[in-house]
Design a protein around this ligand. Structure first.
Ligand code: 5GP
Ligand code: ZN
Length: 140
């Protein structure tokens, strides 16, 4: 536990949160400022900052729970689907890994402001990204 971490405190029960499910490895609770009502956060109990820091043995527990959350928002709230996201460092306001699961409905307006798209300049530009990423994957 990291003493100044708000999600460690929630996992430890030191700060109140609207917990909807917890197990040995994870805690799932309502985001205090939801994109839509029912927006959930899934955290590992132990403190890891980003997904890259999460050890292999906790990868399945965290993402199995995230999958359960995508099922729960549909079953409980009549959502038609969900959006799942993890901010790593950039745009990450709480430096304790958390998976967002946000209930979605057709026409809920999220698409409009989210993820403006752009184009690759040309094939060479795109291929440059392919090569750099392939090389990085090979070294991981
Ligand atoms: P991030 O911006 O790091 O991806 O997401 C952090 C999320 O944590 C935000 O959506 C924010 O609303 C939520 N959050 C921040 N502090 C608290 C808190 O004390 N309790 C709860 N339940 N959610 C929080
Ligand atoms: Zn923490």
């Amino acid at each position: 536990m990291k003493s100044d971490c708000i999600f460690c405190k929630i996992a430890n029960g030191d700060i109140k949160a609207d917990v909807v499910e917890e197990d040995e490895d994870t805690v799932t609770f309502l985001d205090a400022s939801p994109v839509f009502p029912g927006h959930l956060l899934i955290v590992p109990r132990r403190h890891f900052e980003t997904l890259a820091d999460l050890p292999d043995n906790l990868l399945a527990p965290v993402f199995l729970q995230a999958r359960r959350a995508t099922q729960a928002v549909v079953a409980a709230l009549g959502a038609e689907g969900s959006f799942m996201a993890v901010n790593n460092k950039i745009s990450q306001t709480v430096p304790h890994l958390h998976v967002h699961v946000i209930p979605r409905r057709k026409g809920d307006g999220l698409k409009g402001f989210f993820w403006p798209r752009r184009s690759y300049t040309d094939d060479a530009h795109r291929q440059d990204f392919v090569s750099r990423l392939k090389e990085a994957f090979e070294k991981l």
